[in-house]
Ligand binder design. Structure first.
Ligand code: ADP
Length: 305
């Protein structure tokens, strides 16, 4: 396997704020690699450096073996970058946008159409519509087509599914799976933890740091050992009581239930009966399967201690 992206000690500050703090990252060619983290984690800053639009303060970044600062001009032809906010020209039509991006890179739409056909084909009925009048899902498909029209080796997608409806989100990930089969390396960021499982490997980021990096399966492997889900008729009362209970390390809302992180000696049946004595009804405590979201909560909690 050869390396597609490699950063070493990458740091970037904005005034007093450290957006990236010594990031070491390596993505192999052909990977679908996810950057997972909340707003402010530093994902867009990392993208801007990889896309040659910003320089690091310290450290280096190489994409396709080229330095993002020294070799920026050559590199731009090898990457397709879809920034967080759509890069489209709102007053141009769908077709004009696509042609514009092709011209920028000195290619014709026809020569590379096969690559975008499964994506752009879904917009064919709207080719004369202004980009500004498209729905979020359609804008996303057009932006992806524009980022691909010069047949890049590496696709940099910064939160492509933010603000897009659930059906379009699912469709988008299917399109990415199709591109990956064409050997395009994809670095995709998201703040939706459920999307992490669709990547081959992920890096979990927070406050300019990579907290963990591995396959989504391996990352959550050992999380379930001391994790429980709990519910009761009074969820707020349950949360308060569980948080104060000896042997409970953490308790937080998780969908319609609570997730409880407990120490070794935690006995769910004994906990349920203790909670019952406080007047709580319909108590249910059962082992839970750990998710990326649980890991994220654990890693940020450990980082604060
Ligand atoms: P993410 O994409 O994960 O939301 P960003 O890279 O956009 O993270 O932001 C990381 C941090 O850097 C945030 O605290 C953000 O407010 C700050 N930041 C990003 N861009 C700028 C900028 N141009 N000027 C000042 N602060 C910035």
């Amino acid at each position: 396997m050869t390396t597609a992206i490699e950063t070493s000690g990458l740091s970037k500050r904005y005034g007093n704020l450290t957006a990236l703090d010594g990031v070491n990252l390596r993505v192999e060619r052909g990977e679908m690699f996810g950057l997972i983290g909340p707003d402010g984690a530093g994902k867009s800053t990392l993208y801007r450096i990889l896309a040659t639009l910003a320089s690091p303060d310290t450290g280096t970044a190489e994409v396709c073996g080229l330095d993002t600062v020294r070799d920026s001009r050559r590199l731009r032809t090898l990457i397709g970058y879809m920034p967080e906010r759509f890069s489209l020209y709102q007053d141009l039509t769908v077709e004009e946008n696509l042609r514009f991006f092709a011209t920028l890179f000195g290619v014709s739409v026809r020569e590379n159409y096969d690559l975008i056909a499964p994506i752009f084909g879904q917009l064919e009925r709207f080719t004369n519509r202004k980009a500004g009048a498209l729905s979020g899902g359609m804008k996303q498909k057009l932006a992806l087509s524009c980022a691909l029209i010069h047949r890049p080796e590496i696709l940099l997608l910064d939160e492509p599914t933010t603000g897009v409806d659930a059906v379009s989100r699912a469709e988008f990930w299917e399109m990415l799976a199709g591109l990956r089969r064409q050997s395009i390396t994809i670095l995709v960021s998201t703040s939706y933890m459920d999307e992490a499982t669709l990547c081959g490997r992920i890096a979990m980021m927070d406050r300019g740091h990579i907290l963990a990096l591995d396959t989504p399966q391996r990352l959550v492997e050992n999380l379930g050992e001391n994790l429980y889900e709990a519910s009761a008729s009074d969820m707020f009362g349950l949360l308060t009581r569980l948080r104060a209970m000896p042997g409970v390390t953490d308790c937080y809302t998780f969908g319609a239930t609570l997730h409880v992180v407990a120490g070794q000696g935690f006995d769910p049946a004994r906990a349920a009966s203790a909670l019952g004595s406080y007047g709580l009804g319909d108590i249910r405590i059962a082992p839970a399967k750990g998710t990326i979201e649980d890991l994220f909560i654990k890693l940020t909690r450990d980082g604060q201690q």
